[in-house]
Design a binder for this molecule. Structure first.
Ligand SMILES: *Cc1c(COP(=O)(O)O)cnc(C)c1O
Length: 326
């Protein structure tokens, strides 16, 4: 069974909790959280679940070097380097922009974790991976490529499996979840949750908040989600029909662009921190959490709905954006 083809890298299952103070603040709703900010790999985040499958594949293929790509404040890159460090793999990161004078947030952590960093200017979504791969192979290295955001079908299996985990937790608490909000950016988390719903036969509405309005190598996030779901259906031998609603993204909170922090993200971070003692990041989880509380404030969901915020991590970038979120 392919769902068991993984390395154990994460602290799983992650906690499932009720947000009591927040539920008092929005008394028409019961609000819960899934703590994937606590998955491990150098402070946690959603990439851990994907990396369990990706690193398994890297080791199985006999590779000794891993390449991946992202922004300088990429959580995905920081978590990939941490995973590689624990498995004695050399890790090359292709990060957008030019080298800053001071390393901060995720960039600092990636450096400390031993990454070999290449600054790639305009390209922050892995456009240069093939070229660097060839250079490393010419040096005799056996290279495994982890795609942008870890979002190929291998990485997606992490979130298919996560649905089994939440299903067990919901069954145990005897709760039926109605809505699941989360940040969607390279589409892997969303595709995994959509496939997991089909595989483990559980119903809740996915509420993927779009983080990045730009496409990835010419494909919209929605296209990537649909492709991954179709590939996953075949791989997991799923016969049920895909609910097309699960492939859509909620846009409108991404208008300022990726990594541009506004009052909205600041508002969301402060609200969850001060009411529940839980920290969000300004780029992903803060933006997604703002999307959720905007739905609640505007009463866009039916009264008494059970609402889950799936926390995807990202804490280190708070320190990079310190002057925007004070
Ligand atoms: C990567 C990331 C996401 C987005 O997940 P995708 O699977 O790429 O859509 C959300 N939150 C955080 C903190 C992330 O690092």
């Amino acid at each position: 069974m392919i769902l068991s083809h993984k390395e154990n890298l994460g602290f799983l299952p992650t906690p499932f909790q009720k947000l009591n103070q927040l539920s008092k603040l929005y008394p028409d709703y019961n609000i819960y959280i899934k703590r994937d900010d606590q998955t491990g790999l150098a402070t946690g985040g959603n990439k851990t679940r994907k990396l369990e499958y990706l690193i398994y594949e890297a080791l199985k293929s006999g590779s000794n070097t891993v390449i991946t790509a992202g922004a300088q404040q990429s959580n995905h890159c920081r978590q990939t380097v941490a995973a590689c460090a624990s498995k004695d793999l050399e890790c090359h990161l292709l990060l957008g922009g030019t080298e800053p004078a001071v390393y901060d947030g995720n960039l600092l952590l990636s450096h400390l974790l031993g990454a070999k960093i290449h600054f790639t200017g305009e390209n922050r979504k892995g456009e240069d991976i093939e070229q660097i791969k060839i250079e490393l192979e010419n040096q005799g290295k056996k290279v495994y490529v982890v795609p942008y955001g870890g979002s190929n079908i291998t990485g997606v299996l992490g979130y298919v499996n996560a649905v089994k985990e939440i299903k067990n937790q919901l069954d145990e608490a005897q709760i039926k979840m109605d809505y699941v909000f989360f940040a969607s950016s390279s589409g892997g988390t969303q595709a995994g949750l959509a496939l997991g719903k089909m595989k483990f036969d559980i119903e809740f509405k996915l509420m993927p908040i779009s983080i990045d309005k730009e496409s990835i190598n010419g494909h919209t996030i929605q296209e990537l989600v649909f492709d991954l779901v179709n590939e996953g259906k075949e791989k997991l031998n799923l016969k049920n029909a895909f609910n097309f609603e699960d492939g859509k993204l909620i846009t409108g909170y991404d208008k300022l662009g990726y990594g541009v922090v506004s009052e909205n993200e600041k508002d969301a971070i402060k609200e969850l921190a001060a009411n529940e003692g839980i920290l969000l990041d300004p780029v992903y989880s803060g933006r997604a959490f703002y999307g959720m509380i905007d739905f609640l404030r505007q009463h866009k969901l039916p009264k008494n709905a059970n609402v889950l915020f799936w926390h995807t991590g990202g804490l280190p970038s708070i320190f990079y954006y310190k002057d925007k979120i004070k």
